[in-house]
Ligand binder design. Sequence first.
Ligand code: ADP
Ligand code: MG
Length: 690
Amino acid sequence: MKDLSISARYIKGVGPSKLRLLNRLGIETIEDLLYCFPRRYEDRSKIKKIGELRCGNLETMKVKVLTFGERRTRKGMSIFQLAVGDSTGVIHATWFNQPYMKDRFKTGQGLILYGRVERRRTCLQVNNPEYEILTGTKEDSVHMGRIVPIYPLTESLNQRWFRNVMKFVVDNYAGSIVDMLPYGIRVRNDLMLLKGAIRNIHFPVSEIVLKKARRRLIFDEFLLLQVGIALKRARVKIDLNGCSHDTGGSLIESFKKTLPFKFTNSQLKVIREIEQDMKSSKPMNRLLQGDVGSGKTVVALYALILAVQGRYQAALMVPTEILAEQHYRNITGLVQDMGVKTVLLSGDLKTEERARRMHMIERGAVDLIIGTHALIQEGVHFKRLGLAVVDEQHKFGVMQRASLKSKSTNPDILLMTATPIPRTLALTVYGDLDVSIIDELPPGRGDIKTLYFEEKNRRKAYLIMAEQVKIGRQAYVVYPIIEDSERSNLRAATKMHRELVNMFPDLRIGLLHGRMKSKEKERIMRDFKEKNIDILVSTVVVEVGLDIPNASTMVIEHADRFGLSQLHQLRGRVGRGRFTSYCILVGDPKSDDARRRLNVMLKTQDGFEIAEEDLEIRGPGEFFGTRQHGLPGLKIGNIVRDRGIMELARTEAFELVKKDRFLCAPENRFIRGTVKKKFSMKDLELSAVG
Ligand code: ADP
Ligand code: MG
């Protein structure tokens, strides 16, 4: 067995300067080299005769040099041209501005060329092809006549050189790789041996084997990730002690009686899950996913009441002041007769008033605290926080969520999101959370019709809106910006507010945007809620959470400027009543992605489907935001594309940790070592056993 942890400088051809370049790619050891996977491949395995070449295709051909020469264009560019041929024809190979090429070839020499074939007048031509001079030695087979790896290199390292190094390393060291997978896991999941996987990820013998190699390596990556998550969770379960809430009692009974509707089955199922968590003395750490309008608020309220019933304080944190205000009013309306004291803590309170409210919170004079991120600011102290709920949690960062938790000793935590993603993905990205899903809408909702108009047909959108207002409904019109600016020609909310007032003189038109004072925003929202405003012109401040069932039209101008989840959230503001609603997208999409987003909106209303499409368009990094999740960098696996493999890996990982909490069994020794090394997760507490 060779030692793979030795420096890459022991490899033939790697001198000090090359070593420095490798280091810059993060490669120190031979093992690092083995795990530096190709970015893509070129299939140069099918060598063709010149007579069989197809113009426009990337082709590989085996030829002989007939003649060559160099010339200069009028602008002084050098062109080196090679005429090569085989028994079926002739083709010209051309290199631009590489005068040194002329010293590399000899008439009669055997060559393999790879590149895109073109026709130039009557001649076949290939520009800047990759080439291999045939010398009859073994090295010939590294770059040609096979599926060839292309590595993620920087300018200063060339593919050829790197590929030669890699071939040497794979031939000489792959045999010494230790397979960390226990036999059972490997066989159950139909995975190839690690040695073979590493050999074939670099120099695949065929497409099929390459696929198997990838599958094995992705599985390994995911297994380690999931073992890490399983260990973290196991630790949370053992270590922490939180509050244990009573789930029965008179307060929750009277709350149920005041509700004007029956819970849906989905809501009931989730409430049971939350009750189980809250009863237990382990802190709850639960993510509630449910599409827009699925009724998450009332589920959260149920949990808040449970906490208050047991004489704890409970907090609800939301991303915007408008939403905080809405929740505060609705919730207070529902619970004040039951003797529950509520308070609102938002950003722009007068210093004195804020101090007064903070004091009430600290003394325990209030039970239910509703607010924005003002809740997590310094100076806010709870008397005995038993539960914290974060609504629209994707609008907060990891740190913000954590600091709410740190406001008390191990309160129960419930996070809510209307950007739902498939369960395994959620469990992975939100590593130490349990996940509940509301997957049905309350009954009796009207349809939402989604329409699309080009800019030039904007008026049609306004007409539909006006018609709806005429029959007693209300409408939102949303713009991406507040004020006009000289640089952009986007319609702005303030200006369009004036235009709409002129266009519909007999309608009541309000304006709402983020730069208004809280009091003003409150007044406008109240007017809209009380039907004193017909059309609310606004920016995306209305994106999340607002619940005005009489609003039936949502016009989104410059819809191509909004992200998919934003569009979906905005659409979720309508369709909350019994009647048919309209979501009207107006815009001229200029990019493929923008067109794709609008098409997805027209195709489906299912939040899960939309989130998946969004993930695909944006990729996981951007979708979750790199700081939003604690995923260690994955080299080869993609949590979205490869989620099938993720599921297999997760099952195995949790089984493994369940049976062997500290990974001390001999067959788990390597996994333990690798988890410790690859994911510097200090909090895994593996050190307890050495
Ligand atoms: P979201 O999940 O988007 O936060 P909300 O909590 O705002 O959804 O609920 C949307 C609307 O549905 C609210 O008006 C709420 O009162 C209503 N609602 C919630 N649950 C039910 C139910 N079981 N039956 C009927 N209406 C419900
Ligand atoms: Mg909501």
